[in-house]
Design a protein around this ligand. Structure first.
Ligand code: HEC
Length: 134
């Protein structure tokens, strides 16, 4: 039989692909919550409302302040903007935010139709914040 080794080779490839897919981190709200606690809660508070930093805005009101629509594009731009001096106070903590930008990228669809590639971790925080809107 000659086909057997080929088949098992293909089966092994499928198995490897399945493992890689299973290991690809997904931008879940749950993962975002953990990241939020590590990177954001110190200033914005554990639930997004009661920040320790006096000027940190209430992050559960992002949709309310944007005519009811969650501002995905603004948030992603803001998070990515850490390196460019937007969100300046947090930018002083740069090495940590560089870690947030680290890792695999994923594509997101923005309301205006653009589909930028964004770090999975940033999208996860975005999903978490979307889940806590009041
Ligand atoms: C060092 C304190 C600090 C940290 C850490 C921090 N922020 Fe902020 N954040 C602020 C302050 C202060 C403001 C208001 C001033 C400004 O806009 O830069 C703000 C503003 C924002 C805004 C704008 C809200 C609006 O209504 O426009 C968003 C969104 C935000 N932060 C998200 C985050 C996220 C997500 C993280 C974690 C990845 C984070 N911040 C980490 C202090 C911080």
């Amino acid at each position: 039989m000659r086909a057997a080794p080929v088949l098992s080779g293909a089966a092994a490839l499928v198995a490897v692909a399945a493992v890689i897919l299973a290991c690809t981190p997904r931008p879940s709200a749950q993962a975002g919550h953990t990241l939020y606690e590590d990177y954001c809660a110190a200033c914005h508070g554990p639930g997004g409302t009661d920040g320790a930093h006096p000027d940190a805005p209430d992050l559960t009101r992002l949709s309310a302040n944007n005519d009811g629509a969650f501002p995905t594009g603004l948030l992603l731009a803001r998070l990515e903007g850490y390196g460019q001096g937007l969100h300046e106070i947090a930018a002083s903590d740069m090495p940590r935010y560089a870690l947030l930008m680290d890792g695999p990228l994923t594509r997101v669809e923005l309301p205006d139709g653009r589909r930028p590639q964004v770090p999975v971790k940033v999208v996860a925080i975005n999903r978490y914040l979307e889940s806590i809107q009041q």
